[in-house]
Design a binder for this molecule. Structure first.
Ligand code: NAI
Length: 330
C-alpha cells in the first residue's frame, strides 16, 4: 500500500475527488488515503486555510492528490495553492496538452507540454499599497529558480523524446526580470545540443498557439505566463475539464487538475472529473502502479468512445453517470 495525501478541496472539489477515489480504488490500485482538509472551511475551525498538518502529511507521504481550492479575489487569505507549492518547494508545474480521442476540437494535432516555474514571479505575493490610488506588485525572478526550471524542461524533453524547448517571456519589456529568465534558459540550452532551442514573446506565442499549436513541443515559462498560457492550451484540447497537471519538487509531488473550484457548477452533479482523474493516473504512474494507471485510461477512453460525456465536452452525462460508466468499463 502506498499512502497518499488526499485534499478534497472545495467548490466541485469534493464531488470530483469522490468520483476519482472510487475509480482509482476499483482499478485495484494499492493506495491508502490520508485525507486532509484545507481552504475556506478550515479557517473557521483552525484559524488558517493551510494548517501545518497538511504540509506535514505531504512531507511524510511524498505524494498528494489535490482537488481545487477557492482563493478569494482582491482580499482575504493568500492562495492555499500558491502557499503549498512554495512551502513544499514544488518548483515545476507540468501541464501536458495532447488531443484526447473522441473529444473534437479545432485541431487534431496538439501535443505540447507547458513547464511553468511555480515558486516566484508575481506569485511571490510581494505587494504594497502606496496610497489609496496606487498599488505595487513586485515581480521576483532569480537565477537559481530560472536555471532550475530551464534544466527541468530540457531534462523532461530528453526523458520523453521531445525535440524542442521554447522559452516564453516578455523580455523586450521586462528587460531585467524576464531578461534574466531568458538568459538562464539560453545558458542551460547549451548543455543540450540534441534539443532544439527557441525563444518567443508571450503575446506572439498566444497568437501562434490559437492558429497553429502543432508547431510547439515543450514550452518553459515564468509563473504568471505559465498559468495563463496553460489555460489557453487546455482550451485547445477540450477545456479545463480535461487538463491534468503535476507539481513536482525534489522531495514531493502534488497532482491536481489545471482548473479551479468552478463555483458556478458546484453541487450540480455536472462537473467533469477527467482532469483530476488523469492527474490521478499520472500519480499512479509516479508511484510505479502503471498497470492500474493503464486500466483507468483504457476504461475512460471506452466511456468516451461510447458517447458518454459530461456537458463541458459536448455530452449529456452527469458526473455520476460518467463515473459509473468508467467503473463498469474497469
Ligand atoms: P475555474 O477553473 O474554477 O472555472 C472556469 C470555468 O471552467 C467555469 O465556467 C467552470 O464551470 C469551468 N470548469 C472548470 N472545471 C470544470 C470541470 N471539471 N468540469 C466542467 N467545467 C469546469 O476558474 P475560476 O472560476 O476562475 O476560479 C474559481 C476558483 O478556483 C477561484 O477561487 C480560483 O482562485 C480557484 N482556482 C484554484 C485552482 C487550484 O486549486 N489549483 C486553480 C485555478 C483556480
Amino acid at each position: 500500500m502506498t499512502k497518499i495525501t488526499l485534499i478534497k478541496g472545495d467548490g466541485i472539489g469534493p464531488e470530483i475527488s469522490d468520483a476519482v477515489v472510487e475509480i482509482i480504488e476499483k482499478s485495484g490500485a494499492k493506495v491508502e488515503w490520508d485525507v486532509q482538509t484545507a481552504g475556506l472551511d478550515v479557517i473557521e475551525t483552525e484559524g488558517v486555510p493551510l494548517p501545518e498538518r497538511v504540509i506535514k502529511s505531504i512531507k511524510e507521504n511524498k505524494v498528494a492528490l489535490k482537488a481545487p481550492i477557492t482563493t478569494p479575489i482582491g482580499k482575504g487569505f493568500r492562495s492555499v495553492n500558491v502557499q503549498l507549492r512554495k512551502e513544499l518547494n514544488l518548483f515545476a508545474n507540468i501541464r501536458p496538452c495532447k488531443n484526447i480521442p473522441t473529444i473534437k476540437t479545432k485541431f487534431d494535432d496538439v501535443d505540447l507540454v507547458v513547464v511553468r516555474e511555480n515558486t516566484e514571479d508575481l506569485y511571490a505575493g510581494v505587494e504594497e499599497q502606496i496610497d489609496e490610488n496606487t498599488a505595487h506588485s513586485i515581480k521576483i525572478i532569480t537565477r537559481d529558480a530560472s536555471i532550475r526550471i530551464a534544466k527541468y524542461a530540457f531534462d523532461y524533453a530528453v526523458k520523453y523524446g521531445r525535440k524542442e524547448v521554447c522559452v516564453v517571456t516578455k523580455a523586450n519589456i521586462c528587460k531585467l526580470s524576464d531578461g534574466l529568465f531568458l538568459d538562464c534558459a539560453r545558458e542551460v540550452s547549451k548543455g543540450y545540443p540534441q534539443i532544439k532551442f527557441r525563444e518567443i514573446l508571450v503575446d506572439n506565442c498566444c497568437m501562434q498557439l490559437v492558429q497553429n499549436p502543432s508547431q510547439f513541443d515543450v514550452l518553459v515559462l515564468p509563473n504568471l505566463y505559465g498559468d495563463i498560457v496553460s489555460d489557453l492550451t487546455a482550451g485547445l484540447i477540450g477545456g479545463l475539464g480535461v487538463a491534468k497537471s503535476a507539481n513536482i519538487g525534489d522531495d514531493c509531488a502534488v497532482f491536481e487538475a489545471v482548473h479551479g473550484s468552478a463555483p458556478d457548477i458546484k453541487g450540480q452533479n455536472k462537473a467533469n472529473p477527467m482532469a483530476l482523474l488523469l492527474s490521478g493516473v499520472e500519480m499512479l504512474k509516479h508511484i510505479g502502479q502503471t498497470e492500474c494507471a493503464g486500466k483507468i485510461e483504457k476504461a475512460l477512453y471506452k466511456t468516451l468512445e461510447s458517447g458518454i460525456k459530461t456537458a463541458d465536452i459536448g455530452g449529456h452525462a452527469t458526473l455520476s453517470e460518467f463515473t459509473q460508466s468508467i467503473i463498469n468499463n474497469i
